[in-house]
Design a protein around this ligand. Structure first.
Ligand SMILES: Cc1cc2nc3c(=O)[nH]c(=O)nc-3n(C[C@H](O)[C@H](O)[C@H](O)COP(=O)(O)OP(=O)(O)OC[C@H]3O[C@@H](n4cnc5c(N)ncnc54)[C@H](O)[C@@H]3O)c2cc1C
Ligand SMILES: NC(=O)c1ccc[n+]([C@@H]2O[C@H](COP(=O)([O-])OP(=O)(O)OC[C@H]3O[C@@H](n4cnc5c(N)ncnc54)[C@H](OP(=O)(O)O)[C@@H]3O)[C@@H](O)[C@H]2O)c1
Length: 428
């Protein structure tokens, strides 16, 4: 029998944790405790000059636009630009927490060390062990610990004698002034870093082992995601050629930049949204390079046979999905290409454990976390139920990943924003 007043733990007070608290409280859950290791809300957006949880740098602006990113019940300030800076995003989350009076539910400077599932008399419960050794038991756990803070370092044959860093530790371009820098990867981190570093370095290369679409931040004068929404009514067979034609019209051919063109649909990989990379390439400030074959001292051998010397390699090779507070034998998606969670939230075996924000949309995460948390709060309050065939549905959702996206760990939690939000809203 479900307790009348369930105790719910929320892990992390980034935007996914904040919207979890808000939705739980609004649904009528009385005992909500959010554990946050940091001393403030905002998660990834709580920028500091030193390396910590946050992966944003001094110059980060979001790539999903203001109108497509804001929570539906809390618009971004009218004076914000189309693509706010990390400081504006953090201020927005802080005012969200104040507006909905969420901070009273958060225990700051409190790191969760271990979470254990208790199974007593058929009822699931969760023991949370804090770093200071204290324990507390909860009926439900909402995981909102983020998935962009644990670097996935690449491995190459040979060894490099210069500095070998990950974009997670990139905070500003200054340490790279006057150096020869090779950025590896052309996701949003790689392109942001290559552009910024190219303002101060003596030479910047960007190594791409596979081709990547680079979308501009604006199409036809509006943010790219707004343009995509405006054309969403079109069937895919019409939309795709229109978008390709528009891209070609704005950018020309990839070969004009020394880049390879991807040979798959525009929506099959996570979008890189950057209006400056192609411009910097055509100004001779960023130099496209192929994948890395091997390293030898200060030399990098590329797959096309070229060799160059560098002072620094900056691996912008993405992040690992980790839950360090679980035993690896319990939940471990670190090396998974597909993750079997129904609607990317519900675990087929652990029905009182929820994954909030474990998605990488072609759009913004925040409104999706909001809808996930709303659905979960309804479940906890007994207003909505999990389907009988949860296991089969979770498996189907996992398999849909390789059908819809380029295979690999990079896309293990990728979703198409609009259809995914629709599938959550259908349940709501
Ligand atoms: C450079 C960069 C730019 C990005 N830009 C965009 C964008 O434009 N649009 C977009 O939608 N997404 C973007 N993202 C993705 C980003 O992850 C999300 O915007 C958002 O921050 C996810 O929020 P979250 O709450 O799920 O996770 P996070 O923001 O990572 O928050 C997780 C929280 O959990 C806490 N925590 C973790 N482990 C523990 C523990 N053991 N105990 C207690 N607390 C814990 C952390 O301290 C943190 O506060 C970007 C990511 C990066 C790296
Ligand atoms: N300004 C912003 O708003 C901003 C800035 C940065 C990041 N972000 C967001 O943060 C998230 C993470 O982005 P990210 O760019 O850090 O990671 P990412 O999207 O996972 O991209 C990683 C890149 O590194 C390449 N790569 C991975 N492993 C490699 C290896 N072993 N050798 C060579 N290349 C390798 C990938 O190529 P393959 O395609 O071949 O795997 C890809 O180009 C995304 O959601 C992104 O949108 C946003």
């Amino acid at each position: 029998m479900m307790s009348k007043s369930p105790r719910v733990a929320v892990v992390g007070a980034g935007c996914s944790g904040l919207t979890s608290i808000k939705n739980l409280v609004q649904a009528g859950v009385q005992e909500v405790v959010c554990f946050e290791q940091n001393d403030q809300v905002g998660g990834n957006w709580a920028f500091t000059g030193s390396v910590g949880h946050s992966s944003v740098c001094e110059t980060t602006h979001i790539i999903s636009s203001k109108r497509m990113s804001e929570f539906e019940d809390f618009p971004m300030p009218a004076d914000y630009p189309d693509y706010p800076s990390h400081a504006q995003v953090l201020a927005y989350f802080q005012s969200y927490a104040d507006h909905f009076n969420l901070k009273k539910h958060i225990r700051f400077n409190t790191k969760i060390a271990h979470i254990t599932k208790l199974d007593t008399e058929g009822k699931e419960a969760w023991d949370i062990e804090l770093e200071n050794g204290e324990h507390e038991v909860f009926d439900y756990v909402m995981l909102a610990n983020g998935h962009h803070s644990v670097p996935r370092m690449p491995e190459f044959e040979g060894s490099f004698s210069g500095e070998f860093l990950h974009s997670h530790s990139y905070k500003s371009s200054q340490p790279f002034a006057g150096k020869r820098v090779l950025v590896v990867g052309a996701g949003n981190s790689g392109c942001d870093c290559a552009v910024e570093i190219s303002r101060v370095a003596s030479h910047v290369g960007i190594s791409m082992r596979s081709p990547q679409y680079i979308f501009p931040k604006f199409f036809s004068g509006v943010p790219t995601d707004v343009f995509a929404k405006q054309t969403a009514w079109m069937p895919q067979f019409l939309r795709e050629p229109l978008q390709r034609l528009s891209l070609r019209f704005i950018q020309g051919k990839y070969s004009d930049y020394g880049l390879e063109a991807p040979n798959y649909s525009l929506t099959k990989s996570h979008p890189t949204v950057n209006s400056e990379l192609l411009y910097r390439i055509r100004h001779g400030k960023v130099h496209p390079r192929k994948g890395i074959k091997w390293l030898a001292g200060d030399k990098v051998h590329f797959t096309d046979g070229t060799v160059e010397t560098y002072d620094v390699i900056l691996a912008a090779t993405g992040y690992k999905i980790t839950f360090p507070f679980f035993d690896k034998s319990f939940v471990d998606y670190e090396e998974a290409d597909e993750i079997p969670l129904w609607l990317r939230v519900f675990h087929p075996e652990h029905r009182s454990l929820f994954f909030i924000g474990l998605v990488q949309p072609q759009g913004c995460i925040w409104p999706l976390s909001d809808a996930q948390a709303k659905l979960t709060a309804n479940l906890i309050m007994g207003r909505w139920q999990l389907p009988e065939n949860l296991e089969a549905l979770a498996q189907k959702d996992a398999e849909s990943i390789s059908k819809n996206f380029v295979e690999g760990k990079r896309h293990s939690v990728e979703v198409h924003f609009a259809p995914y939000l629709k599938s959550l809203k259908r349940q709501l």
